[in-house]
Design a protein around this ligand. Structure first.
Ligand code: BDP
Length: 606
């Protein structure tokens, strides 16, 4: 169990969440002198930087953009004396990839893993009613023992540089919001929910973990504010008459309010929006509330101009409007859990989310997207002496992700790895541990999967039996037989699909990646690779194949928008497989997809 509560920060009668977003002082440790010069007591910089944001794309100096090592952030904050007597925390939405936190020069906490929140308890260290100096060392080096995987080299001029084993830019820094929290000493710590639908009625099963003892009561209110259910005690059921179900693209959210009391006195109160819905896999179908659904949508990234991977609330809103416009109903949080606000939006808009842990690059290759397609790269990634350390970080991220995200109705499945080397015999015990932890931690026992690259073929993949549904990343017509050879790509794709069919897995399949790089500037008839016309041709070919297999129950194209990657021969200032540009304007393929997705019913192929 985690040592701190992952509950989303709220303000209530007994809780205070103060945002520390805004300008922080910033300094990069180029000479690696922060220790000697004692930066933990003060970084002595007048450079101000916005939080949340990636630090990379603000500056004009390449040495800053490509900086690898320790980035220091600092802010002076008054901890209100009204917080005295409560438990007081600093909550970081994400610090990529690892951080050490100091308060008034004293080390108060540290964390490893760059895409999930962590809390630092400062109850005993804060100076109440006075200014406190928060100093954070954020390190962005990549290793093979933490996810996402990569390595860090040293250039001849002494600078470090990261070599990601994955295809997105290694943006870093304080990329999500920071809060100062006060939570009562005896408090609500965690909430588990699961649902049962009986005709028109529903049962919400709950279990509440607390810190310290107290009497728990729950009130469920509908969207009009009417009481829909009441319960007492740490564990039990709320019976909801005539329940409004959370449906795909037609969400209904109830408000669950939890109170913790000692006699008449209120110790703690916490409210959250929940959606009543069930998720199940039955044979080749994915069922939401007992009815089959077909997933239409995207693999995405948190990626936008200037703020990089920093949470961008404007881009988020635009992305949801575009996804609605195009007729999508789902997305995968490739390749890491996103900012919590995005799930709250998905809950409200009725999108289905495949929530992915940052386990990407578990396949040693610097051009994994290329090697994945060609059968190269079998180097026994899970057979290294360091594998147990990697597994530990992976399990930690799974625990944090599920604890954080389990109560979102939008989250319908867990993706536990992206394109791992599942051909290595030692991947099996590794995967078993990851899959079984996800099962244990999820009160709803949602389906689990991992996204498989081409080497993970029907005959070579050793782990697909663990997936509740099969997720395929396939680039027929791009990495495999592109351009004029597309006719052979289609044949090869069909022959792979026949092999899957012959395995009789009796599970749904989803395409979690497919597509073609396309420059929004390029038009050409007849088409050539990289032109918008070619992207359309690839999609038409792939859709033909998807449509001819009944067990294909979803398509999430790669990618929603063009996104930043490491520079290199294969990338034109980023990955251009977007259906939208990085500025969120449509390519031709957006209209093709809109036509298709608007015509496919939710229960397509049921
Ligand atoms: C897959 C990866 C994804 C890449 C994509 C591509 O999962 O991160 O961006 O291919 O090559 O290998 O575009």
């Amino acid at each position: 169990m985690l040592s701190y509560s992952m509950l989303y920060p709220v303000n209530s009668d007994r809780r205070t969440s103060l945002s520390l977003d805004g300008l922080w002082r910033f300094r990069l440790d180029f000479e690696q002198v922060s220790g000697k010069e004692n930066w933990k007591c003060g970084i002595k910089s007048d450079d101000l930087i916005p939080v949340p944001a990636s630090f990379q794309d603000f500056y004009t100096d390449k040495k800053i953009r490509e900086f690898t090592g320790d980035a220091w952030y600092e802010k002076d904050v008054t901890v209100p004396s009204s917080m005295k007597g409560s438990d007081v925390f600093l909550r970081f939405g994400a610090a990529t990839h690892r951080a050490e936190v100091y308060l008034n020069g004293e080390k108060v906490g540290e964390n490893e893993g760059g895409f999930l929140p962590f809390l630092v308890d400062i109850t005993e260290h804060a100076r109440y009613g006075e200014q406190n100096k928060i100093t954070v060392r954020v390190n962005n080096e990549l290793t093979e023992t933490n996810i996402p995987c990569g390595r860090t080299i040293t250039l001849s001029d002494g600078r470090k540089m990261t070599k990601p084993y994955f295809d997105f830019y290694n943006y870093s820094g304080l990329q999500r919001s920071v809060y100062l929290l006060s939570v009562p000493k005896r408090s609500i710590f965690d909430v588990d929910l699961s649902y049962e639908i009986n005709g028109r009625d529903a049962v919400v099963r709950y279990s509440i973990k607390t810190k310290g003892e107290g009497d728990i009561s729950l009130t469920l209110k509908d969207e009009e504010g009417n009481i829909a259910g009441l319960a007492n005690g740490k564990e039990g059921c709320l019976s909801v008459k005539d329940a409004h179900l959370w449906q795909v693209r037609s969400a209904y959210l109830y408000t669950l309010s939890i109170e913790m009391r000692d006699g008449d006195s209120l110790l703690d109160d916490y409210s959250m929006e929940i959606g009543i819905r069930t998720v199940e896999i039955k044979g080749e179908n994915i069922l939401i509330n007992g009815s089959p659904v077909y997933l239409k949508g995207f693999g995405k990234h948190e990626d936008s101009d200037i703020v990089g991977r920093g949470f961008n609330i404007g881009a988020m809103k635009r992305d949801f409007e575009l996804m609605k416009w195009i007729g999508a109903n789902s997305f995968r949080t490739s390749h890491y859990p996103y900012d919590e606000t995005i799930y709250r939006m998905a809950d409200r808009e009725g999108f289905m989310v495949i929530d992915e842990v940052p386990a990407v690059g578990l396949f040693e290759s610097l051009v994994n997207f290329l090697d994945a397609g060609t059968g190269k790269g079998a180097k026994s990634f899970f057979s290294k002496p360091t594998t147990p350390v990697l597994l530990k970080s992976h399990l930690k991220a799974v625990e944090e992700m599920i604890t954080r995200d389990k109560n979102h109705p939008s989250v319908i499945a867990w993706s536990l790895l992206n394109e791992p080397e599942s051909t290595d015999p030692n991947s099996v015990p590794y995967f078993e541990k990851v899959f079984s932890l996800a099962h244990d931690l999820d009160p709803e026992k949602r389906p689990r999967t991992f996204a498989m690259e081409s080497n993970s073929s029907p005959s070579r993949c050793r782990c697909h039996h663990l997936s509740d549904f099969i997720s395929l990343n396939r680039y027929y017509g791009w990495y495999i037989l592109g351009g004029n050879e597309i006719v052979d790509a289609e044949k090869k794709f069909i022959s792979e699909m026949e092999e899957w069919k012959n395995l009789n897995l009796n599970k749904p399949f989803i395409f979690t990646e497919y597509g073609a790089d396309t420059l929004s500037s390029e038009h050409k008839i007849p088409s050539v690779m990289w032109s918008q016309e070619y992207q359309d041709e690839v999609l038409q070919m792939l859709h033909r194949v998807f449509d001819s297999y009944g067990f294909v129950k979803g398509e999430q194209i790669w990618n929603f928008a063009d996104f930043q990657t490491t520079e290199g021969l294969m990338r034109v200032n980023g990955n251009k497989k977007g259906v939208f540009t990085r500025q969120r304007q449509p390519k031709d393929s957006a209209f093709l997809l809109k036509k298709r997705w608007e015509s496919l019913p939710l229960n397509y192929k049921a």
